[in-house]
Write a protein that binds this ligand. Sequence first.
Ligand code: ZN
Length: 323
Amino acid sequence: MQAPHESRLSRRRFCLCCVGGAAFAATGGWLTPRQAFSEARGIVSLIKDSAAASPITTYALRNNISVLEGSGGNIAVLTGPGGKLLVDAGIGVSRPQIARALAALDESPVTHLVNTHWHFDHADGNEWLGAAGAEIIAHENTRRHLSEIQRVEDWDYNFLPAAPSAIPREGITTARDLKLNGASIRLQPYRPAHTDSDLSVNFGEADVIHVGDTYWNGIYPFIDYSTGGSIDGMIAACDANLAAITSKTIVIPGHGHPVSNKAGLQEFRDMLVAIRDNVAALKRQGRSREEAVAAKPTVAFDAKWGNFVVDPGYFTKLVYEGV
Ligand SMILES: [Zn+2]
């Protein structure tokens, strides 16, 4: 039943992390939400087509933990005889490549799936993984966002609920400890940061942590104000991450090169703080959003961080909204 699936995808799901910047770049200007959404519906096809064709790259980390890159957000995998635990599910059309990459790690089925937050590029694969028997755990707000019709007023649009197999069985609001394949795993919800549904997944013995979209490695992040995200929330999440790790910890970001560390995260945090302060100063002077963009408050960081979908102007606008 390819056709109904396709049409539901294009109506309901789009990559919030990628679409805003891509739409902005494609049109060379700031879109109204309604325009952004119609752009987004076109870009969904683009993202799906590209995910369908892109290869998955597997990085072995430590102990029995790997990370897969190439389908939306970075996907962490814990393997072992007790079954696999995935952190994030990628995009549904990548199923063949993801299934091959998982089979190459070991023969065990996926028994557990954790979503770091509700966005399409992290939870779209829930449907097939849930149907294949994975128990899905996520923040309560992820469960809610995926299971309800959502009225997005700015877009004059109603989002339909995800398929039943895609809905997390359990939604958490406080820390949850799991034990699987000898690994002690802690799911730790953040206060609202990138969205209101973010959580980290920490593998204790291996000293590996997936911090979802609270960290974009080497690229400006998207911040989803429509579901509770903010620049100050992002910075607070970075501070919580930094306090929870050491220089030996392997840090998996939501986007960007999937293997990072405390120094990389510190640099990301310092970039956010510097740009937040620059933009806040401009706003205090009474500059409009367009004037703030024209003042180039990100210029010292653009060469390193401004080369992905969230470009300098778009990131300035995201920060401006929250200061
Ligand atoms: Zn996201």
